[in-house]
Structures are given as C-alpha cells and as structure tokens.
Design a protein around this ligand. Structure first.
Ligand code: PMP
Length: 428
C-alpha cells in the first residue's frame, strides 16, 4: 500500500480500498495477541538501575555537613546540601527552597488545600466557600486536573502554543474574572506537548493584572530532563515576578521522581520569602520534619550540580532512542496519509499526538482491543473531555525499545483504521 495523498483527500473508492487494507492489518494485529503498555510516564527499569546506589546509601552515615544527626526529628526545611544541588536548576535561592517528602503532587495538593482553608498571602479570604477557578493550559497533565475536580474548582482551559499558554487568552480571562485564583504551569518540557515557556510568556504571566491572591502553580517537574544538547535558557520566574511587582505570584514545585526513584525521591517547594513563611506555618502543623536520611542518600548519589547533570545525561542516553522511535514511526506510518501531527520534544517524558478530529477515542479503543494500552483519549483535558476528540498522549519511556516499536506500529494501525472509518461514515 503506497499512500499518495492525505486520507481525507482520497476519493470514496480509494478510501474504501485503504479502509479494507487497514482493517486487514488490524485483524492481523489483533491475532498477534499483544500485551503492551504505553500508558504512563514512568522511567524504565534500565533508568531506575542508574540510581541503584540509593539502595545501599547512605552507607552508615547519618550526619549532614553541619554535623546534625539526621536520624532524629527536625530540620523541616530539608537538607541544605540537597537544596543547593537543585537551587540553580529551579531558580530558587537555597533559603527559599525547601526539600520535603517523596512527592511533589502531594505538595501541590496540600498547597491548594491550605489555600482553600486559610487563603494565601495578599488574599483577604480563604479560597473555599465561594466559586473559584483555575486556568488549565490544554492539553495538560491529568493529575493536575484531578486535584481541582476533587475540590470543585472550576477549570478554564487555555490553549497551549509552542512557547507556552496563549497569553491573549490568559490576559482576557484574568481581566474579566477575579475569582480565578490559580493556573497550572509546566514551564519546561510541558506534559504532554513538550512546550518550553518563552521569557516573553513568563514575563506576561507574572505581570498581567490579576486578583492579589492569584498564584502560578509552577510545576517544574522536567527542568533537568533534557533529550538534546539544545537547552532552554533558564528563566528566573521569582526574579521576574518581583520585578513586575508580584513577588508572591509563583509557587514552584519539583521532585526527583524521574531523576532517581519515583515514590522514593524528594520533592521541592520554592517561592518568595512571604510564601515560604506561609507554607512553613501550614506544614509545621503537619509534620515534624521530612525524611532526611533519604535526602542524605540523594546528596551522596548526586553529589553536586555537575553530578546531577551527568546523571541526567545517562537518562538521556536511554531515552533519546525511544523518542526517536516515536518520531520515526509516526513519520513512516501517519505522515504520508496526513493522519496526525505530533511534536518532537527536546526534553520531558511525552509526545503529544493529534489525530483527525473525532478519532482519538476510537483509535485508543481499537488499540486496547488489540492488546495495546494507551493513555485514555481525553485524559489531557479537564474532566477527560477533549472537545475535538483528537489528542493522544504518548508515553515512550517505560517499555523496552522493541516493545515500544511494536506498540506504536499497532497504535498507528488503529489510528488509520479509526480515521478511515470516520471519513467513510461522513460520506455515507
Ligand atoms: N508534575 C508533572 C508535570 C508530572 O508529569 C508528574 C509525573 N507524571 C508529576 C508532577 C508527579 O510528581 P511526583 O512524583 O513528584 O509527585
């Protein structure tokens, strides 16, 4: 089958013939009895092996550089040595960067709960007890949406561009509605589009007129997760916010989940001095201190900023070929038919694929029935509702290369079948 033109441009006879070919290919795929999974952005076992020294560290040690006994309670801000390793990458001075528990998602969730219960600095009232909204760039990260949905916070989608969220939309929404209290931002290698926010976009986000208790939830989960030598220039969001007269607007979150072991890593929180004091006051009622032994383990493994960079290069060596397979497969199978458009990210964990409108759910369903689990279509939109039913998030990191290749080939077969079905249905 040599495709000559976009699927949508085929005449009906040619479309019927293509559909028959795709159906036959799909039947073969189903008969192969695959059991493949490209649903979630998890590191592969090979990547986890890079951090296996954590399993023996800290090797009987239990004191930090200042001589403090880390076996005991205390030290709520986390180990200064570990905060120093991440401070530059995150653009937060060490005193304003806290090293916490094992999950940044927990910190984001709890920050929203504290804001609901107590309000944030600069706000007169708690966020709870009235209708509030969050701006949610789409496509975005489903677990961000889940937190908001759980607390009944209105989600207001904002389209994502290559340089970040669409600023004209953000500006007009913020100007019209001071019940908008927050916005999710994954500023570097965003989940799932891989977009990196430009300095212009960041300057706009920190300076646009908004409610005094409006906060940017700056989830910098992928700031050190490069896949090429082309590194985005670091953007100091706290300094830009201070310069714009809104020093308290950004709340920065990150973790080592995809640096070391997800679930056994260290989360970070960074912000202005005022926000950090607010955060410390809240968390003092929650905990007598984080797992400092785990933090020491991470200091011993990563050592310093250079050690962190070298560690991330080892991740890159494993991941780069996987992202290349995604691009190659889509070029080979989808591009000739103009059956999809996707990004080739310079970092992060995902590829965002748009198929023809109205075909994503059906394609994912067909893939599932052929034993290929893909992130549910719609997951990248609030309430699981992609109004175009077009977006599919590809998570290529976890499976071995050959399984990834097989899963993507199968997914392409499912996409082509779903699209040819939909186009034929339109003509009947
Ligand atoms: N933020 C983003 C944007 C993510 O993609 C993920 C993991 N998929 C997380 C946060 C989860 O972070 P953690 O493991 O620190 O809770």
């Amino acid at each position: 089958m040599t495709p000559a033109q976009p699927l949508a441009d085929l005449d009906t006879a040619a479309l019927r013939a293509a559909h028959a070919d795709f159906s036959a290919a799909y039947d073969e795929l189903k008969a192969a009895g695959l059991a493949l999974d490209i649903t979630r952005g998890k590191p592969s076992a090979e990547q986890l092996d890079l951090s296996n020294d954590l399993l023996r560290l800290p090797d009987g040690e239990y004191r930090d550089a200042a001589g403090t006994d880390l076996r005991n309670y205390g030290g709520p801000n986390g180990l200064p040595e570990l905060r120093a390793i991440f401070a530059e990458a995150l653009g937060v001075p060490v005193p304003q960067l806290l090293a916490l528990g094992n999950s940044s998602l927990t910190v984001m969730h709890d920050t929203i709960v504290q804001a609901l219960l107590h309000g944030v600095p600069g706000g007169e009232l708690p966020w709870a007890g009235r209708s509030i909204g969050f701006l949610t760039p789409v496509p975005g990260y489903d677990r961000h949406f889940t937190i908001l949905e759980r607390f009944g916070i209105r989600m207001i989608p904002v389209p994502m561009n290559d340089d970040g969220p669409d600023i004209e939309t953000v500006a007009s929404l913020l100007a019209a509605d001071d019940s908008i209290k927050g916005m999710w931002c994954v500023p570097v290698y965003s989940n799932p589009t891989g977009a990196v926010y430009s300095e212009e976009v960041v300057r706009a986000l920190v300076s646009l007129p908004a409610a005094p208790d409006f906060r940017l939830f700056w989830d910098n989960a992928y700031v050190v997760h490069h896949l090429s030598d082309e590194r985005p220039a670091p953007i100091d969001v706290l300094a830009l916010a201070a310069e714009a007269g809104n020093p308290d607007r950004p709340l920065i979150f990150a973790s080592t989940s995809k640096v070391t072991f997800p679930g056994s890593g260290v989360a970070f929180f960074g912000a202005s001095e005022t926000n950090v004091a607010w955060f410390q006051h809240n968390t003092a009622a929650q905990s007598i201190g984080p797992d400092k032994i785990n933090q020491l383990r991470h200091v011993r493994l990563l050592r310093d900023q250079e050690g962190l960079a070298a560690h991330m290069e080892r991740h890159r060596a494993i991941l780069e070929p996987k992202f290349a397979v995604v691009d190659e497969t889509f070029r080979e199978r989808l591009a000739p038919w103009e059956a999809g458009s996707w990004n080739a990210p310079k970092g992060g964990y995902f590829v965002s694929l748009d198929v023809l409108d109205g075909c994503a759910k059906r394609a994912v369903q067909l893939a599932k029935e052929a034993g290929i689990a893909v992130t549910p279509a719609g997951a990248t939109f609030p309430y699981g509702d992609d109004p175009r039913d077009a977006n599919i998030r590809i998570a290529p990191t976890f499976p071995p290369l050959d399984e990834l290749r097989a899963a993507l080939q199968g997914l392409c077969t499912a996409i082509l079948l779903a699209e040819s079905e939909a186009l034929l249905a339109e003509r009947n």
